[in-house]
Design a protein around this ligand. Structure first.
Ligand code: MGD
Ligand code: MGD
Ligand code: SF4
Ligand code: MO
Length: 759
């Protein structure tokens, strides 16, 4: 082929990986409207070229079987296609009827974004407000609400922390396997650097010898569900051997007397024994932490979805707090946020409680595991309508069977998704959305310190006819609900044409004049500023409000990142940079002193509050066997382990997995021998809520008595298509959950195994 006839080499286009919350910057080459090649984006200021192997499999996300028309359920249970005008009018009408008869608070909202798509969720606030809906939730209320509740208690207003493993002398992971699940930038190179440096140490607390534990200097192979004992013993040793930073506590902490006394009362030997970890090894870990110049700690699902989960988070945070590993390089730090609602800034408990169960609502999030109970109850405030967006709760909430019953008991439900999910199959209406490579998108998981990054992605593929972006879906619903009047937005578009300064003035004045528009602001921005944004970026209009909020909350941090101006001008500068930086933009840079200013801004004393009486009570009355042993179910099952071939339910084509297509049940070599099981043998896994069949993988990395099933399996490839592997929540029980935050014990499911005889 000559140079003239060779097809042009497609250019590399910047975007991001959406398969975990790291959202590494990537570049893709597109051929025939498909992602053909993927590589890490060196120009991305956060990930700087890093991407793991999963990013290579993103084309499979794009190949999910698509819904291309709104679908309405017929009386016989099947779906029929309807046009958008019919769909919008009927969905708005059905939800409005529930609101008018029972009150908007009986309509709940679930989701609003997966790992990388939070822009749609920003617009959903307008729809919810138009309906008077007050309860919402998402996956965070199955994992992080306990931790967020403690953060809010400790810090007050700016209340979410970032570890700094890049600079930490000692890194500790509690119920977290970052080699597989990531969770912080450059996870694998950072872990290797720590493991390879004799001056630094890696400590892992996990019942399984995970890929991360393989690299560790110290692995505390705790008995499942006994982290509270282990962490309490570790704290007791730190106190007993005088490793606490008393000067730090004196200067910066409050209310630590009672928790210190409780920790000092712990019987170290007995607690190590019940956690089944040698006391000497726990002492070694405590000494390594105590002697270190800097320590960073990260907890995750292994304790957040297990007995005592909120107490575990409290004890985990006390490790760095009592040793003064805060507000310094290599330690825990607070961080800025660029998001529409201060995602983690409002993590306090609200005065609302859940209908039916009366539980806490933390950070505005309804305890996800309690949703079926809040539907299947006689409480007059019970949920009757649901909007589910970018989430698959029938698959991801505990007890799928009960969630299906709950969906069927609703007066009306609508699902907004790209594909026919398990949840969509239970809905009354399904609205098709564009994928994250066909529209403008962004993530609000910007959770880093001292440098924080925001990335607006532009579409790289053309979407099919039919699906819409979520901002447009919400605009139509809000308009159909009549929440924005004909003259409400008059003149704003003209102001936008004059520039952002004129727009800021006009928009501010309109909101002050008509405060009922404030909760509808994202849709108002989309309709007035949106059309004036370059390159069809109307969906990014809501970010103008986020940028203003970010500038108002963190002006010094933005200035250090190079943004200039005061008031709305500073926000405008950030917005323009976010809009035009295709590889992501550094929006804030901080010094470690900022931590103390942020605490002082929300709390006069400027101190970290370490006393949480409710959890100290729980510690003082800790059971030896949390989660109650039942002889009928002698094993503890971790239902939903992260492996290199899992990505929640983002990819449905089973052929994306080159290994382990069925999702093996991991079992210890000792248990396998006792049950005469070999690799590949098929077993029935039985719990109080279900029975599932899976092949086994025997391994000496598991503790005896512990089993693990992967997450993300057990979904169909297209509605009615084949289902591969076990859906973990066919086995779990939503009533087994944390008393403080309601987080379900997915990692601690009592189970038994029955061997399936060949043939
Ligand atoms: N490859 C991949 N990566 C992902 C995801 C994915 O689906 N696939 N999902 C993303 C999401 S949504 C999240 S929230 C994160 C989760 O990331 P992780 O929390 O790291 O993931 P898990 O594998 O579910 O659980 C972590 C560890 O908890 C351990 N564990 C089980 N029981 C106990 C216990 O009683 N005590 C202790 N200490 N540990 C226990 C397990 O052995 C496991 O190694 O991963 C993200 N990254
Ligand atoms: N047993 C057990 N259960 C668990 C866990 C466990 O470890 N064990 N882990 C829990 C955790 S930590 C999490 S985070 C949750 C995850 O559970 P969910 O929050 O339900 O998240 P996903 O499975 O990622 O579902 C994302 C949905 O978004 C859709 N989607 C993708 N892109 C778009 C888009 O651009 N627009 C729209 N509208 N939709 C889109 C996908 O098709 C998919 O249906 O599961 C929880 N459930
Ligand atoms: S670490 Fe997460 S975001 Fe980064 S490439 Fe891997 S799966 Fe994608
Ligand atoms: Mo998660």
């Amino acid at each position: 082929m000559t140079a003239e006839t060779a097809p042009p080499v497609p250019e590399w286009q910047p975007t991001a990986c959406i398969l975990c919350a790291c959202n590494c910057g990537i570049e893709v080459q597109v051929a025939e409207n498909e992602i053909a090649r993927v590589k890490g984006d060196r120009a991305h200021p956060g990930s700087k070229g890093y991407a793991c192997e999963k990013a290579q499999r993103l084309p499979y996300y794009q190949r999910n079987p698509r819904i291309t028309s709104p679908l309405r359920r017929r009386p016989d249970g099947t779906f029929e296609e309807v046009d958008w005008d019919t769909a919008t009018a009927e969905v708005a009408g059905r939800l409005a009827a529930i609101r008018d008869e029972h009150g908007g608070e009986t309509i709940f909202y679930y989701g609003g974004g997966g790992q990388g798509n939070h822009l749609g969720g920003a617009y959903s606030g307008a729809t919810r407000s138009a309906l008077g809906s007050r309860f919402s939730s998402n996956a965070l209320a199955q994992e992080k609400t306990g931790e967020l509740w403690i953060d809010a208690h400790m810090f007050g207003r700016v209340a979410h922390t970032a570890p700094d493993f890049e600079h930490a002398e000692v890194a500790v992971f509690v119920g977290k396997n970052p080699w597989m699940s990531h969770g912080f930038p450059h996870a694998r190179p950072t872990l290797k650097a720590i493991a390879g440096d004799p001056e630094r140490a890696l400590i892992v607390i996990d019942p399984r010898r995970t890929e991360t534990a393989e690299l560790a200097d110290i692995h505390l192979q705790v008995k499942p569900g006994h982290d509270a004992h282990l962490l309490a013993a570790l704290l007791a040793i730190l106190a007993d051997e005088d490793w606490l930073d008393r000067a730090f506590l004196e200067e910066h902490a409050a209310n630590y007397e009672r928790i210190l006394a409780a920790v000092e009362d712990v019987d170290i030997a007995a607690y190590c024994r019940v956690a089944d970890v040698p006391e000497q090894l726990v002492r070694e870990a405590a000494r390594r932490i105590g002697a270190a110049e800097s320590v960073s700690i990260l907890e995750d699902l292994g304790i957040q979805q297990a007995p005592n989960s909120t107490l575990n988070s409290y004890l985990e945070k006390l490790i760095w707090a009592l040793t003064g590993n805060f507000a310094r390089p290599g330690c825990t730090n607070l961080h800025t946020q660029f998001s529409p609602n201060g995602l983690f800034g409002r993590s306090r408990e609200s005065r609302r409680t859940t209908p039916g169960t009366g539980e806490r609502v933390i950070g505005g999030m309804f305890p996800a595991a309690a949703i079926p109970e809040a539907i299947l109850t006689d409480d007059p405030a019970r949920f009757r309508g649901a909007i589910v967006e970018s989430s698959n709760p029938v698959h991801s909430l505990p007890d799928s069977q009960r969630m299906r019953e709950a969906m069927a008991a609703l007066d009306f439900s609508v699902v907004i998704d790209i594909t026919m999910t398990e949840t969509a199959q239970c809905a009354d209406f399904v609205l098709p959305a564009l994928t994250q490579y066909e529209k403008y998108e962004c993530t609000f998981f910007n959770l880093e310190f001292p440098v924080n990054v925001f990335h607006l992605r532009a579409p790289v593929l053309a979407g099919p006819e039919g699906p819409l972006g979520e901002p447009e879906i919400h605009r139509r619903l809000v308009r159909a609900l009549g929440a924005i009047g004909d003259d409400d937005l008059d003149g704003l578009r003209e102001a936008a044409r004059e520039g952002l300064d004129a727009y800021a003035a006009a928009f501010g004045a309109r909101m002050a004049e008509r405060p009922h528009l404030l909760p509808l602001a994202t849709v108002a921005l989309y309709e007035t500023l949106g059309p004036e944004l370059p390159d069809g970026a109307a969906a990014a209009a809501a970010l103008w409000g986020s940028a203003q909020m970010c500038a108002a909350s963190f002006p010094d941090s933005l200035r250090r990142a190079g943004f200039e101006g005061d008031g709305t001008a500073l926000g405008n500068a950030l917005f323009e940079a976010a809009l035009t930086s295709r590889h992501g933009v550094v929006f804030s840079v901080d010094e470690h002193d900022a931590n103390w200013r942020w605490i002082a801004a929300g709390r006069e004393s400027g101190r970290i509050d370490l006393g949480i009486d409710e959890l100290i009570d729980e510690l003082e009355s800790l059971d030896w066997e949390p989660g109650a042993a039942d002889p009928e179910y002698p094993f503890v099952l971790s239902a939903g382990e992260r492996r290199s071939n899992t990505a929640m339910t983002l990819i449905r084509d089973p052929s994306w997995r080159k290994r382990d297509p069925e999702g093996a049940l991991r079992i210890s070599t000792a248990d396998a021998e006792a049950l005469a099981l070999a690799d590949g043998d098929v077993v029935d896994l039985v719990t109080a809520r279900g029975r599932c069949r899976a092949p086994v993988e025997t391994t000496d990395a598991m503790r005896a008595g512990h089993l693990a099933l992967p997450n993300g399996y057990g979904i169909s490839f297209g509605a009615g298509g084949p289902v591969t592997g076990v859906a973990p929540n066919e086995l779990t029980d939503g009533t087994r959950r944390d008393p403080v935050a309601g987080t379900p014990w997915h990692k601690h499911v009592p189970a038994r195994i029955e061997k399936v005889e060949a043939g």
